[in-house]
Write a protein that binds this ligand. Structure first.
Ligand code: UVW
Length: 305
């Protein structure tokens, strides 16, 4: 008989589970997370959705807001009183994995399998994901902890290509004096988006390389039973990819552990507010668009400190 090796969290919540570590978030935990609200200030962590200055990979293209109808079209003049009223409407064209977004568990497959061992061949171009689409995750709220690595190191941003290790995360937890609990979201600030904003607004190119988690840091997520991981970079993980393996940290987090990823989070103001409050935890609410079979969704998470 063929020996089955246990992969990460596969089977932990049953053979049919498509929610991964979001199973760690329960109503009791959400009620407890509400006690993390200290100042009452809400921070939107989504980047502006605009053509100019969006951090995108070339093949995804910039987000586009196109006017569908405007007040100048007089399109509604046949309605009662319509000649005195104008209405404006848009169409949005956005690659779901550009700007601030969440990766569903079907975003990446490894050796033909999604999270929980689901066959990646069930993904179809026209219908999308039969298994582990974003609609299976839905909206959630939980306690979140922010680890501010540039603040720890006394720099504006980590060097592009810097591999964030388990030791970095442990050191940051100790320096910030924050407790990590099972079912928390982990938010990692690298300073990448600050550097991106500064350099592009000055008309300079930024390198393809980005600081981010290395494979070694995955043990932090696994051992603390983290429910979701977010960061202020493009892919959570370091680029170029650690171990010279394409998407090595995506494989470990999304496929093996079933951890949803929150990318391109704007964490700078939240980090400043947390430093001023002397508290590195908050209540976080995340709501992906429930697009059936989708691999990800734009999000504008709200952190309430
Ligand atoms: C990839 O890195 C391929 O996608 P994402 O940025 O959505 O994680």
């Amino acid at each position: 008989m063929e020996q089955q090796t246990q992969v990460g969290n596969w089977g932990r919540w049953g053979a049919e589970d498509e929610r991964g570590t979001l199973n760690l978030v329960d109503p009791k935990g959400v009620a407890a997370a509400a006690h993390e609200v200290r100042t009452g200030k809400a921070y939107g962590l989504g980047l502006p959705i605009q053509r100019e200055g969006a951090p995108i990979f070339e093949y995804r293209g910039a987000p586009q807001r196109l006017t569908l109808t405007s007040q100048t079209d007089n399109a509604f003049q046949d309605f009662p009183g319509g000649s005195e009223v104008g209405a404006n409407e848009d169409v949005l064209v956005i690659a779901s994995h550009s700007i601030t977004h969440m990766d569903a568990l079907c975003h990446v497959q490894h050796r033909g399998k999604f999270y929980n061992g689901f066959d990646a061949n069930t993904f179809r171009s026209h219908t999308g994901a039969e298994r582990c689409g974003i609609e299976k995750l839905g909206a959630f709220a939980l306690r979140a902890v922010l680890l501010d690595l540039p603040r720890l190191r006394g720099v504006e941003f980590l060097e592009p290509g810097y591999v964030v290790t388990r030791a970095d995360l442990d050191e940051c937890v100790a320096a910030q004096g924050v407790e990590i609990r099972s079912g928390d979201a982990l938010l990692v600030r690298t300073g990448h988006l600050d550097n991106f904003k500064n350099e592009t607004s000055a008309g300079r190119e930024i390198p393809f390389a980005q600081a981010g988690l290395g494979v070694d840091a995955v043990s932090f997520v696994r051992e603390h039973d983290i429910a979701a991981v977010g960061a202020d970079n493009s892919a959570i993980e370091v680029i170029p990819f650690d171990n010279e393996q394409f998407l090595s940290v995506h494989i470990a987090l999304l496929v093996e552990l079933g951890v949803p990823l929150l990318e391109h989070l704007w964490l700078t103001e939240l980090a400043e507010g947390m430093a001023a409050a002397g508290a590195w935890s908050c209540l976080l609410s995340v709501s992906p668009l429930p697009v059936t079979g989708a691999t990800g969704s734009p999000i504008n998470p709200i952190a309430i400190l």
